[in-house]
Unconditional design. Structure first.
Length: 324
C-alpha cells in the first residue's frame, strides 16, 4: 500500500470512527425514557394511580406497593426505588431522590403534576443532590475524565513500560495517587460530592485501576491490538451507557444494563451510593469494579507467561573440546 492509499484508508477509518462516536454518545441521549423504572406507590388511592400510570406509559414503571409513606421513604433511601407517589387526602404527593438521578426526579415531578391536575404538585426530596450541584451536571461530567485518564494511563503503561512487574507497579501507583488527587479536586476544591474522603478516594482509585488495568492487561495478553479493543470499549460503550447523568432504566434496553457492567457505569453508581446513600446499593457496582481489577491482574499474568520465553537468556552452546 503506497502513501496515497494509506492516507485515504486512514481518512476513511477516522470518518467511520467519528460516525460511530456520534451514534454512541448521541443515540442514548436522544432516547431517554423510563423503562421498567422502579418506583413506589402507596396510600388509599394507590390502585387508581397504578392504573393511570399503566394506561399512560405502558412498561415504563416497575411499581412496588409499600405499606405506607415511611416504608416508601425507606425504599428510596435503600436505593430500591427512585421515588414514590403517596396518595391520601387531597392530590397525590411525590417523593423524589435527586441524588439518585436528577433526570428521574424531574420526570416524577412532572408525573405528580399530571396526576394532581394542578400546576404544582407537592414534592419532597428525600435524598437531595449536593447543593453545589443540584442538577447533577458536574457529577455526570466527572465520570468521563476518570475513564479517559484511565485509558490514557493504560496506553502509556502498555507502550512505554516493557516489564509486567513495571506495568503492575504503574497501575497500583496510578490507582492510589489518582484516587487521592481526583477526590481532592472533586470534593476538596469543587465540593461536588459529600461523604467520607478516603472512601470516595478508594472508589476513584479502584475505577482508575480497573479502566487502566483493562487496557494494560489486554495489551500484555494479546499485544497492541488489546489497547485499541479496551480503549474503544471503555470510550464507545462504557461512557455513553454509564447513565452518569440519567439512570440505567432511562437508557434503551439492554444498553443501560450493559453499561452497569463496565467500569464507568459501575463507578457512577458506586459513587452515588457512597456519597449520598451511606453505601446503600453499593455491593453490585463494587463487585463489578473488583472483577475488572482482578481480570486486569489475571491478564497481566497471562502476559507474563506469553513473554517469558522471549525474555529468557539463550543458553550458550557448548564449545567442543578437541584433543591433539
Amino acid at each position: 500500500m503506497d502513501t496515497t492509499q494509506r492516507a485515504l484508508a486512514v481518512g476513511v477509518g477516522a470518518a467511520l470512527l467519528q460516525a460511530l462516536m456520534l451514534i454512541a454518545f448521541a443515540w442514548p441521549a436522544a432516547n431517554i425514557a423510563p423503562r421498567d423504572l422502579p418506583i413506589a406507590v402507596t396510600g388509599p388511592q394507590a390502585d387508581l394511580v397504578v392504573g393511570q400510570l399503566a394506561e399512560r406509559s405502558p412498561g415504563a414503571f416497575d411499581v412496588s406497593r409499600p405499606a405506607d409513606e415511611a416504608a416508601a421513604r425507606a425504599a428510596i433511601e435503600d436505593r430500591d426505588v427512585y421515588g414514590a407517589i403517596v396518595t391520601g387526602d387531597g392530590p397525590p404527593r411525590v417523593l423524589i431522590a435527586s441524588a439518585a438521578s436528577p433526570a428521574v426526579a424531574q420526570q416524577l415531578t412532572q408525573i405528580g403534576q399530571q396526576l394532581s391536575g394542578g400546576p404544582a404538585a407537592r414534592v419532597d426530596d428525600v435524598v437531595a443532590a449536593d447543593s453545589d450541584d443540584p442538577r447533577g451536571t458536574a457529577f455526570g461530567a466527572m465520570v468521563l475524565p476518570l475513564a479517559l485518564s484511565g485509558i490514557a494511563a493504560g496506553v502509556l503503561l502498555g507502550l512505554l513500560i516493557p516489564t509486567i512487574g513495571g506495568k503492575a507497579l504503574g497501575l497500583a501507583t496510578f490507582g492510589v495517587v489518582g484516587g487521592l488527587l481526583s477526590m481532592e479536586v472533586i470534593q476538596g476544591w469543587m465540593s461536588l460530592v459529600p461523604g467520607p474522603y478516603l472512601v470516595l478516594a478508594a472508589v476513584a482509585g479502584l475505577v482508575s485501576f480497573a479502566v487502566s488495568g483493562a487496557v494494560v492487561g489486554l495489551s500484555a495478553a494479546i499485544g497492541r491490538a488489546g489497547i485499541g479493543i479496551a480503549a474503544l470499549t471503555m470510550l464507545l460503550v462504557g461512557n455513553p451507557f454509564s447513565a452518569a447523568t440519567s439512570a440505567p432504566e432511562l437508557l434503551p434496553k439492554p444498553w443501560g444494563a450493559i453499561g452497569q457492567l463496565l467500569p464507568p457505569g459501575a463507578a457512577a453508581s458506586l459513587l452515588r451510593s457512597v456519597a449520598f446513600f451511606d453505601g446503600a446499593g453499593a455491593s453490585g457496582p463494587l463487585a463489578v469494579l473488583v472483577i475488572w481489577a482482578v481480570a486486569a491482574l489475571t491478564l497481566l499474568g497471562v502476559g507474563a507467561l506469553r513473554t517469558r520465553p522471549a525474555n529468557e537468556p539463550a543458553t550458550a552452546a557448548p564449545i567442543p573440546v578437541t584433543t591433539g
